[in-house]
Design a binder for this molecule. Structure first.
Ligand SMILES: Nc1ncnc2c1ncn2[C@@H]1O[C@H](COP(=O)(O)OP(=O)(O)O)[C@@H](O)[C@H]1O
Ligand SMILES: [Mg+2]
Length: 288
């Protein structure tokens, strides 16, 4: 961490009670760039001096492993089952962030008894020193995705300019509005060709959401279509690391700055314990 980021960290910390802010990155349609953006946003935030954990909650696809070229041995399932401690499954990658591999048995959370739950929440609270937990969710409005979205402090909805992606983004925003109308929702338009395309698409989604769903969606930026993104996926090294001066990297750094600057007001998240408590609750409701 350089001197400027150290100083920045000190100033931010002096103004706030520390609690991890949880941000779910989601989308209506799959393949719009959630995992690519979640990984590079996490790295960009870490470079600015924040402590960041990335939770891969896209059950089954586990894209984060591929993007970072890692093969986690254990995941949250092992923790939930009591076979591993949380600290044993957290992977620190050279890019300066921590990765937690999700579990395809998240619904198992509902089956834990009070003691197991307590143990789990306590284990998670070890990570509450972090500034952010970014959660890469699956696409669409499945109960599973919605429970992560519901438990997070904030949601970032990713879309591309494709009409089908926009329609599906509207769909997920509609579900969020119905489930948790007060949840701050932000939008990233990914794979834009021009600045004006980015603005136009964002404005369209924001207008429709405001008009028909009465929910305020905030535009936090766009990311250019950039061949270095797919090239990096193939090389299993995040574009923000391999190609820091690429168009996509510059856009992601700007978005990370916007996210980090919102912290200056001292408003912190509900923390990881709050997040997982809420997740337990929603899994319980689902199994009822
Ligand atoms: N800004 C971009 N420019 C070019 N290609 C992109 C961009 N964002 C994503 N992609 C491509 O789209 C593919 C799907 O992205 P991914 O992050 O896996 O989406 P999701 O997690 O939403 O399913 C990636 O393999 C990458 O090649
Ligand atoms: Mg993904």
């Amino acid at each position: 961490m350089d001197q400027a980021s150290n100083l920045r960290r000190l100033v931010v910390e002096s103004a706030s009670v520390k609690r991890t802010k949880t941000i779910a990155v989601t989308s209506g349609k799959g393949g719009v760039g959630k995992s690519s953006l979640a990984v590079s946003l996490a790295i960009a935030l870490a470079r600015d001096g924040s402590r960041v954990t990335l939770l891969d909650a896209d059950l089954g696809l586990a894209n984060i492993n591929v993007i970072l070229g890692i093969i986690p041995k254990y995941n949250l399932y092992h923790v939930i089952k009591g076979k591993r401690k949380l600290k044993d499954i957290v992977i620190e990658v050279p890019e300066g962030i921590k990765i937690i591999a999700g579990a395809s048995g998240f619904h198992q959370l509902a089956n834990l008894d009070m003691k197991q739950r307590g143990d789990f929440i306590e284990a998670v609270s070890d990570l509450d020193d972090d500034d952010y937990m970014i959660i890469d969710t699956g696409a669409g409005i499945s109960q599973n995705v919605m429970s992560f979205v519901g438990a997070a402090d904030e949601v970032v909805v990713v879309t591309t300019p494709e009409p089908t992606a926009i329609t599906d983004a509207y769909g997920i925003i509609k579900s969020i509005a119905a489930q948790t109308p007060d949840k701050p929702v932000r939008l990233i338009v990914n794979r834009v060709q021009t600045v004006s395309e980015g603005k136009r698409v964002a404005q369209r989604v924001i207008n429709i959401a405001g008009q028909f769903l009465n929910i305020k969606v905030e535009n936090i930026g766009f990311v250019f279509e950039d061949m270095y993104v797919s090239k990096s996926v193939r090389n299993q090294k995040p574009f923000i690391v391999s190609y820091p001066k690429s168009k996509a990297s510059i856009c992601v750094s700007i978005i990370a700055d916007r996210i980090a600057n919102k912290e200056i007001d001292g408003k912190r998240g509900t923390g990881l314990t709050g997040f997982f408590r809420q997740l337990f609750r929603s899994q319980e409701e689902e199994s009822e």
